[in-house]
Design a protein around this ligand. Sequence first.
Ligand code: DX5
Ligand code: ZN
Length: 219
Amino acid sequence: MPSPKIAPSILSGDFANLGRDCQKMVANGPEWLHVDVMDGHFVPNISFGPMVVEAVRRSVPREQVMLDCHMMVSNPKKWVEPIAKAGGDQYTFHFEAADDVQGTIDLIRKHGMRVGLAIKPKTDIKEAFPYINKVDMVLVMTVEPGFGGQKFMPDMMPKVEAIRAKSAEIDLQVDGGLGPENVELAAKAGANVIVAGTSVYKSADPKSTIAKLRESVTI
Ligand code: DX5
Ligand code: ZN
């Protein structure tokens, strides 16, 4: 199994002080920062776009942390170049939004980023099977994308198991409602990349929450 990675979602951060807030979170030692880009079209919410990703990148250099960009957008090809230029390290697009999955993968690679493929709760996991050996990561959503602070859907775990059964090596991410109380369930199913918004940002001690999450994935 690939190494555990904890990815706090800056969606739960302080947008009025985003740079300092990202630096503070990076000081807690996460492997990645999870950056949720929402276009108000693919999902019923708007967060921010490439200009803000670029500002985040300036606040936390690449040597310190990887920017894991979760692109909840209707036209994933359109934002590949802007996000690469902004300093994104990984570009995760939604299967449901792509009319040309392979072409999107190729375009992301051409721009030097790692590739992630995300699957919404209602999408059959079999749709991802043909791409498992072509992407660096599969993201199994454990809430309907669009908002932080929703309830974790444990019934998504068979999807995680199905992907892990097909590849021991792939990074397998879960996103939505994760915290110390359910991370073991996800880890047991085979997830090694844990996105955590509310549970880390609202924790009294984010550093120990990140460490706790990582420990559960390691066991
Ligand atoms: C939801 C986003 C998540 C969100 C997670 O659409 O993709 O990354 O920020 O937040 P929590 O951990 O609060 O569910
Ligand atoms: Zn996300």
